[in-house]
Design a protein around this ligand. Structure first.
Ligand code: G4P
Length: 533
């Protein structure tokens, strides 16, 4: 993990080998499901941290170092944990953070465009929650494998069969339980492991931890666990799954239509090792990625990557931004020259950084699947491709995510209009916020997927463009683009406000679900779409 070790390893392994050992993923979940606890467990396995509680900047304040933007300090958002890299069993693992709570923003979605698989964490007592659904949809759209971990088995939760049914019904994905709880809460005895054909005991240690199953799927010896009715129940349910559940299918796991489900408890470190090792054996390494030049092989010599997130003002004194780049081919080396395709601009990548737990170290070499942070003074935009090759390579555009919060925005001081327009347009281009305009009055409406985006917008307008902005909520709205791009202004009303996005594509902002349905009933000929892929 150290730099020196990183470089010597790079020399020994071919680029293909290096790519093959990469596993780049995100953990998606609703706040409080246990994502931080799980991340810490994984980092502990990888030896990247030595104690639990290191990642959680929120309470310990370990990340409150001086060069963060104020808003981050106040909220305790961890920048350094944006990407965590560590090695485990020969794999090089990159975990990309998907901030939740009020920190939810478009960047959370965009991060999912930069991963090769996702781990979906579910609180066993709560089941499928709102934010999980939103993030799941993005993973589904990409067709990446999704691995489910049902957490907090040490507490009484919903019955496992109910959780599986909920997963399939709410998310519309087939599930294959890899293991099955034997009891839960205070009565948790262990998990019945269908995949490894063993029982993993909750309180077991060393060799005592695993009990192999015989051909009949039972523990062979006369183990005390056999006396428990919970064992009988788990066995019965496992049999039911065998007969009536989904068949195990690796192809479906790979294309994201079947999710392997693991049970466990991150807090008590139960089932995590089993999960991690199985996940690593299934999770894909970086795959060829679509571009204007066709699919690009991750082991190709030419370096390339795309910007999926821009984090601003980490150092207010220097107005720094960091552009997060997912490497899609070749090897990155510090100081290399690349072309930013959009501007046909040559850039020397002299200042780069990598994030690892609470330690920020400078990247020397990284390959496909890795994430690098490039210091940015306003050059990059979300979705930009950079490449060391001569060809004008451009990776597929990132989708525009549907905002759910909208504000009408104006400059407080009319004398500052020029700064206001400059700032807003730059921030929109950078991908910090989405901009819409009404047709007649050309009112500015900004849209976001999370409240934090508005706060960052307001803060940056003041800090960087010296403009106080006034924001006025226009209520919770549902955005739907008009598929054929034809705008009929006579259909605009307070309940279905017709606006245009920054590419002049028309869309309606509906007041609520009711207004949307009413409109659809009245105008069945107008096809409306929610997310622009
Ligand atoms: P998040 O990042 O998804 O928001 O969740 P986080 O890991 O912070 O976990 C949320 C709460 O759930 C924490 O408790 C954490 O200790 C607890 N938790 C996580 N995994 C398990 C588990 O397997 N079993 C049980 N019983 N609890 C679990 P907290 O009291 O809110 O925070 P803290 O003060 O303990 O840090």
């Amino acid at each position: 993990m150290t730099l020196v070790k990183g470089i010597s390893e790079m020399k020994q392994l071919s680029l293909q080998d290096e790519v093959n050992r990469r596993k780049t993923f995100a953990i998606i979940s609703h706040p409080d499901a246990g994502k931080t606890t799980m991340t810490e467990r994984l980092l502990l396995f990888g030896g990247a941290i030595r104690e639990a509680g290191t990642v959680k900047g929120k309470k310990s304040g370990k990340f409150a170092t001086s060069d963060w933007m104020e808003i981050e300090k106040q909220r305790g958002i961890s920048v350094t944990s944006s990407v965590m890299q560590f090695d485990y069993l020969g794999h090089r693992i990159n975990i990309l953070d998907t901030p939740g709570h009020q920190d939810f923003s478009e960047d959370t979605y965009r991060t999912l465009m930069a991963v090769d698989s996702a781990v979906m964490m579910i609180d066993s007592a709560k089941g499928i929650e709102e934010q999980t659904i939103k993030l799941f949809k993005v993973c589904r759209m990409r067709g990446i494998p999704i691995f489910t971990f049902i957490n907090k088995l040490d507490r009484v939760g919903k019955p496992p069969l109910e959780l599986i049914a909920e997963l399939e019904e709410v998310l519309g994905i087939d599930a294959y339980p890899m293991n099955w709880p034997i009891g839960m809460g205070k009565e948790l005895l262990g998990i019945y492991d269908r995949y490894y054909k063993r029982i993993e005991l909750f309180r077991g240690e060393g060799d005592e931890q695993y009990l192999p199953l015989n051909e009949d799927g039972e523990v062979a010896e006369d183990h005390v666990i056999k006396q428990s009715s919970l064992y009988d129940q788990a066995l019965e349910e496992a049999l039911l799954l065998e007969e009536a559940g989904n068949a195990y299918n690796e192809e479906k796991i790979a294309n994201g239509t079947l999710t392997p489900v693991f049970f466990g408890s991150a807090l008590t470190n139960f089932g995590i090792k089993t999960f991690l090792e199985t996940f690593l054996s299934f999770a894909p390494s970086p795959q060829p990625r679509n571009s204007n030049l066709g699919k690009i092989d991750p082991a190709a010599d030419v370096f390339s990557g795309f910007v999926f997130k821009i984090q601003a003002n980490m150092n207010p004194a220097h107005r720094d931004r960091i552009a997060f780049v997912r490497i899609c081919s070749g090897t990155f080396e510090r100081g290399m020259n690349v072309t930013l395709t959009r501007m046909n601009k040559q850039i020397k990548l002299a200042q780069s950084t990598q994030f690892l737990a609470d330690d920020r170290s400078t990247v020397q070499a990284a390959v496909s699947g890795d994430i690098i942070g490039l210091y940015d003074t306003g050059t990059y935009q979300i979705g930009d491709t950079i490449t060391s090759g001569k060809d004008k390579l451009e990776y597929e555009e990132l989708p525009q995510f549907t905002p759910e919060l909208f504000m009408k925005v104006t400059a407080k001081n009319v004398m500052k209009q020029k700064h206001f327009y400059k700032g807003i347009h730059q921030l929109v281009q950078e991908g910090a916020i989405q901009l819409f305009k009404t047709y007649r009055m050309e009112d500015y409406i900004i849209g976001a997927v999370g409240q934090l985006q508005f706060e960052v917008f307001q803060y940056r307008m003041k800090q960087e463009y010296h403009t106080d902005v006034m924001m006025e909520s226009i209520g919770s709205k549902i955005a739907r683009w008009i598929e054929d791009g034809k705008a009929d202004e006579s259909l605009s009303s307070a309940r279905s406000l017709l606006v245009k996005d920054r590419f002049d594509r028309p869309l309606f902002l509906f007041e609520n679900d009711f207004a949307l349905r009413w409109f659809q009933d009245k105008h069945p000929d107008i096809s409306l779409i929610s997310m622009l892929g």
